[in-house]
Design a protein around this ligand. Structure first.
Ligand code: APR
Length: 254
């Protein structure tokens, strides 16, 4: 993708940045073939909304259905893998310190090579005991849809996906880390989130209310788009590589 005035503006903000905070959401992984949460689901899951599946109540009522949905998403992640947007964010580490706070549970930003990723909503590759909290990390692989619900090796209770469901508390360490970075960073890059789910959305609001330049990458406008410094209305896998290329060119020209 050739540079554009918004890419140039964003690159200029990044060129003087030493420490970048990235706040990412499902749109960053959309081009890995992983449906976002507020677009209609397809196929078998068209009849369900994620909001009806990603809850403790849904799991208590029908753990098999909830496991089937997460296994379907695990298979999509394993098949889709890292995309150019994930790789571009990892590449920014050539130019500055990059801290990422993601709402995504797919683990793809770490797979892309980013070294400082806080997972605000947990990680889909972790099974967690619904009783004792014991955790088991699963290999990234297409899921066995027929497998029984996993049971805890410590206490024998049923395991659940190690993600944060609606109505549950976020991991405090991840959230506090993201909040602290708002004060330490000198640029914020918001990628692929509708900014509708709190407290993650509050991080974006605090960023736009603060003195730090905020760049938003989202083909759609969101509630914060009028308040950010640069809104790049492009897909992440197009805009982010173009941004890195522009930054590389500016740094080379120095
Ligand atoms: N590049 C960039 N942004 C994109 C792309 C893309 N290729 N495709 C879609 N988007 C944008 C959409 O315009 C939308 O604003 O990504 C956003 C996705 O919004 P949501 O589906 O609401 O996902 P997200 O903001 O991450 O949801 C937050 O809600 O369901 C819970 O826990 C779940 O972490 C999730 C949270």
């Amino acid at each position: 993708m050739p540079s554009t005035p918004t890419i140039d503006s964003a690159a200029r903000a990044l060129a003087v940045s030493q420490r970048l905070l990235v706040l990412s959401g499902a749109g960053l992984s959309a081009e890995s073939g992983i449906p976002t949460f507020r677009e209609a689901q397809t196929g078998l899951w068209a009849q369900f909304s994620p909001q009806d599946l990603a809850t403790p109540e849904a799991f208590a009522a029908n753990p098999e259905r909830v496991w089937a949905w997460y296994r379907w998403r695990r298979t999509l992640i394993a098949r889709g893998g890292v995309n150019a947007g994930h790789r571009a964010i990892a590449a920014l580490e050539r130019h500055m310190d990059v801290v990422i706070a993601t709402q995504n549970v797919d683990g793809l930003q770490s797979t892309a090579g980013s070294r400082d990723v806080s997972e605000l909503h947990g990680n889909i590759w972790i099974d967690r005991c619904s009783e004792c909290g014991d955790e088991r990390r699963q290999a990234v692989a297409e899921a066995d849809e027929q497998a029984p619900i996993p049971t805890c090796q410590s206490c024998g209770a049923g395991m659940r996906p190690g993600v944060v469901w609606f109505g549950e508390m976020l991991p405090m360490a991840a959230l506090e880390r993201a909040r602290a970075e708002l004060d330490r960073c000198d640029c914020v890059l918001v990628v692929g989130t509708s900014n509708q789910v709190y407290p993650a959305a509050a991080l974006v609001e605090m960023a736009v209310d603060g003195p730090t330049p905020v760049i938003e990458v989202n083909p759609q406008a969101t509630a914060v788009s009028p308040c950010v410094d640069v809104h790049i209305a492009e897909a992440a896998s197009m805009a982010l590589p173009a941004l890195v290329d522009r930054l590389d060119a500016m740094r080379t020209a120095r």
